[in-house]
Design a protein. Structure first.
Length: 124
């Protein structure tokens, strides 16, 4: 009788650990998707030489994916400007580089907790 109870308790612990593991994998996948989105925007901006259409497309893709994105452009004359998801970018000067910030929400299902995270990247 004691072995049956111990076996059932062991099965319950295994089930709980399995649920926690699945949740952690989901959180890691969400983080990875946000980083991958940031990296794809960096590559697109570098390849297009900060083209207006490409920047605005990155903003619209961020909105579609549920991310809030901001891009800080650094210009040759030493100035910088920040554009957020709601702004429409228009290229006025030659851009040296850009810093992309992607904000996203992580939800841990087992805890019913939502965490606000941020990932940053810089173009060359």
């Amino acid at each position: 009788m004691q072995q049956i109870i111990e076996g059932m308790i062991a099965m319950i612990f295994i089930f709980v650990f399995l649920l926690i593991g699945i949740d952690l994998i989901k959180v890691e996948v969400d983080c990875g998707n946000a980083r991958e989105f940031r990296n794809s925007c960096i590559v697109a901006l570098e390849n297009s030489e900060f083209d207006e259409e490409t920047v605005n497309k990155c903003f619209s893709c961020a909105k579609e994916n549920g991310y809030e994105m901001s891009i800080k452009f650094y210009y040759f004359d030493g100035t910088s400007e920040i554009y957020v998801s709601n702004d429409r970018f228009s290229k006025k000067k030659s851009v040296i580089s850009a810093e992309i910030t992607v904000n996203y929400n992580l939800t841990v299902p087992i805890l019913k907790e939502t965490i606000r995270k941020e990932t940053r990247g810089v173009t060359c």
